[in-house]
Design a binder for this molecule. Sequence first.
Ligand SMILES: C[S@@+](CC[C@H](N)C(=O)[O-])C[C@H]1O[C@@H](n2cnc3c(N)ncnc32)[C@H](O)[C@@H]1O
Length: 357
Amino acid sequence: MNESEFIFVVCQHRAESALKAELLREHPELRLAFSRPGFVTCKLLTDLPKNFILRSTFARTYGWSLGACTGNSSDQLIEQLKPLIANRSFDQLHVWERDAAIPGQGGFEPFPTELATCVGNLLAEDLNRDREVPLVTNQPATADQTVLDVIIIEPTQWWIGWHVAATTAARWVGGVPPLVRDDELISRAYYKIAEACAWSHFPLRRGDLVVELGSAPGGASEFLLEQGASVFAIDPAPLDPAIAEHPRLMHLQMRSKDVRKKEVAGARWLVADLNVAPNYTLDTVEEFVGNQHLHFRGLILTLKLTRWELADALHEFRQRVRQWGFDVVKTRQLAFNRREVCLVAIRDRIDIRSRRR
Ligand SMILES: C[S@@+](CC[C@H](N)C(=O)[O-])C[C@H]1O[C@@H](n2cnc3c(N)ncnc32)[C@H](O)[C@@H]1O
């Protein structure tokens, strides 16, 4: 028997059509139900385990749906929430707002909002009155904890659900990694690569050498340098002066195809974030991966969805990278991605296991 008749799935603002198409293709046991930009619910036609995992690139986070609350005040909303969660126990409370825009557009980033923090505090205060052990609120869950989810669809409508923190992203509030930084970053690409590494347990270590295609102005390089890596930054455009002279960075100011591949021999990892269509990114990366002087153990690629129809080709893109000899190839639309997805490939599965340990 299922925990509920419905599940909820959260995605990027306006990625719901791609998400729905993917869910119908990968999960014939689901029927689409209520949806809003960035939020979809589905009815279940068969049983799922309580810690089910969706095969999805576009699902940022998901769980069992318990229903909606509507009201003009938090008191009204909280009173409606209580019967929905009666007789259930949770370790954590996650409250967040669905995205208001595409990340990076008009300054929007999927960070915790003031409203979500305020609702989280009010709810925790109320629910904790009857609890011996207080609910931890808006903190990353630990593995396999049970999380009560409150998704603010509108200030007057909350969606209530719960999930088991069965994956790394499922531990984060709303599937968004806790990456807020107060200092100014060179570019928002810093968040993308930080999230890609956290989500995939990317086995980058201090002292590793990374080839980065499309590195200007240098947000991702900034992150890689902070991790103790050395970077071959390849881009015809200039780098931000804050990192251009870094002793562990070498800027090859040219297009990727003009790089003499021997010059970057010894690099373990390849990162690519080119503002071109996915097949062109893959052609460019293949020139490096297939070169006799180079041996990459892992890749982090940004694939730009210059047209939404490209979402249907993700399977082919993964297949193409698998054929280069990578054991693990997976895609996710990161919380900090724009209209693009992240592809991570690891040559040897054992690398990820050692990273998790
Ligand atoms: C989205 S930006 C990269 C952002 C960068 N990763 C960061 O961390 O700030 C895309 C970059 O790809 C570069 N680019 C496009 N085609 C390229 C090519 N064939 N070789 C190298 N760089 C390329 C552009 O010059 C541009 O700077």
